[in-house]
Design a protein around this ligand. Structure first.
Ligand code: FAD
Ligand code: UDP
Length: 404
């Protein structure tokens, strides 16, 4: 039997008993695909096939225990944070949480200093004892004020001046993105605030917590529904023409969907080096950034993030690279223009909906992808409702006939 018929037989036998085919073919079992599968199956009673080319669910948020028994994030550290009570409440249906506030130190001039830059960063770096008011004055005195903030360089030098920019942002950004901050949209470095107080948390969101039993367990609960079938190790192209489905949700890279007809969209990749060391703790906080030395940008230690107790500890080094799995869309004007060509094609497709970080080419965090998926679900729900009750023209014709 050839591979495609083998795959089709698997899918057909996975279909809901007594019914042929699926209402939805969902490409990708990350946040975008899993939230939509869950909503469509549970709320709308739709029959859903999730096709995932990797050997696991969860997308880049997938976690697992390594050989030493430490819970790790194979695709880099994932810390959940959101300001949306709705998104937090939605995910809370599938997991309990462990409160966790992420802290990051930057290795600069031989010291480990708080990132985002705050009062302590400045005092420790320069051996000063400034107050919050004084550090504000200090920032004012060194800032290179810009009339227009366009690039990732503008954002930082406008707030903290060139010296701090060079020490904390320039090298990190050049390593991470393979280009100078002046070539990237302001939104990239604007993710990291500047503070005049001593708050050393990486995020300031209202809700900051980790799924108590990990992301994968949360995804398993989301996808645990009789109307949802999951097919792993399968590219959707292997099954899309062989199986009956009515609507596709696509969460992979959008340029790949259209066979790169307008050219390749740049995505930045990473190589992850996972290491387990036979000691309780490797570094003082969850992540240490290395803006100016080494080929890697940061080292993250999972036990800080997950709260796991274990005599050994596992860390991940992130080495940015151009080739490899697509992890980051690259926010800059020419890429946004290229994306708009694909977006126009996507909008014209009646039976495919594009959702997620790669499919909408947006540098989104997990909560933003959940929000985007829930919004897409609402639109699909309205379509279902309209299909059931008929078009507005039909409705008014009916109402007229009934004398309403
Ligand atoms: P993905 O998780 O990429 O899922 C898409 C899935 O589609 C993938 O599993 C892929 O294998 C599958 N797929 C693609 N093409 C095909 C195909 N042809 N056939 C079948 N399947 C296919 N966010 C935070 O909120 N906090 C963090 O701390 C954080 N840290 C991050 C660290 C790193 C290193 C990275 C890269 C991202 C981080 N993120 C973080 C962002 C987070 O990973 C994303 O927002 C989220 O996982 C995106 O979900 P998604 O479903 O859109 O995409
Ligand atoms: N950044 C930096 N120095 C740092 C931390 C961040 O220059 O110490 C810049 C860098 O360009 C990075 C961006 O800010 O890509 C966003 O940082 P974030 O930690 O949000 O990146 P992510 O976790 O998404 O990789």
């Amino acid at each position: 039997m050839d591979k495609s018929s083998d795959v089709m037989n698997q899918a057909v036998s996975a279909a809901v008993p007594g019914q042929r085919g699926f209402d939805y073919l969902i490409v990708g079992a990350g946040f975008a695909g899993s939230v939509l599968a869950e909503r469509l199956a549970r709320e709308q009673g739709q029959r859903v096939l999730v096709v995932e080319k990797r050997p696991h669910i969860g997308g880049n948020a997938y976690d697992r225990y390594d050989d030493a028994g430490v819970l790790i994030h194979p695709y880099g550290p994932h810390i959940f944070h959101t300001n949306s009570a709705d998104i937090f409440e939605y995910l809370s249906r599938f997991t309990e949480w462990r409160p966790y506030q992420h802290r990051v130190l930057g290795s600069v001039d031989g010291q480990l200093l708080p990132i985002p830059i705050n009062l302590d960063t400045v005092n420790k770096l320069y051996g000063l004892n400034l107050t919050s008011f004084q550090v504000e004055e200090f920032f004012e005195s060194v800032a290179e004020k810009k009339t227009e903030i366009k690039t990732s360089e503008d954002v930082v030098v406008n707030k903290v001046g060139r010296e701090l920019y060079n020490k904390f942002f320039r090298g990190y950004t050049r390593k991470q993105w393979g280009m100078d901050p002046s070539e990237l949209d302001a939104s990239v470095t604007a993710r990291v605030p500047t503070r005049t107080n001593r708050d050393d948390r990486y995020f300031a969101d209202t809700f900051q917590a980790m799924p108590l039993h990990g992301y994968t367990r949360m995804f398993e609960k989301m996808l645990d529904h009789p109307n949802i079938k999951v097919m792993l190790n399968t590219d959707y192209r292997e099954v899309a023409d062989l199986l009956p489905w009515k609507h596709m949700i696509y969460t992979g890279p959008i340029d790949s969907f259209f066979n790169f007809k307008h050219g390749k969209l740049p995505y930045r990749s990473l190589r992850f080096q996972h290491v387990t060391v036979p000691q309780e703790q490797f570094q003082p906080v969850g992540t240490v950034n290395y803006p100016n030395d080494y080929g890697y940008t940061r080292i993250s230690e999972f036990k800080h993030i997950t709260g796991q107790k274990h005599p050994s500890t596992s860390v991940v080094y992130e080495y940015p690279c151009a080739e490899g799995d697509p992890y980051y869309p690259v926010p800059r004007p020419e890429n946004a223009a290229l994306y708009r060509l694909y977006e126009a094609e996507a909008d014209a497709m009646e039976n495919v909906t594009f959702v997620g970080r790669l499919a909408t080419y947006k540098y989104y965090n997990m909560d933003q992808v959940v929000g985007q998926a829930l919004a897409a679900f609402k639109r699909l729900q309205q379509r279902h409702a309209a299909a059931e009750t008929g078009t507005p023209a039909l409705q008014s014709a009916r109402a007229a006939a009934e004398g309403r």
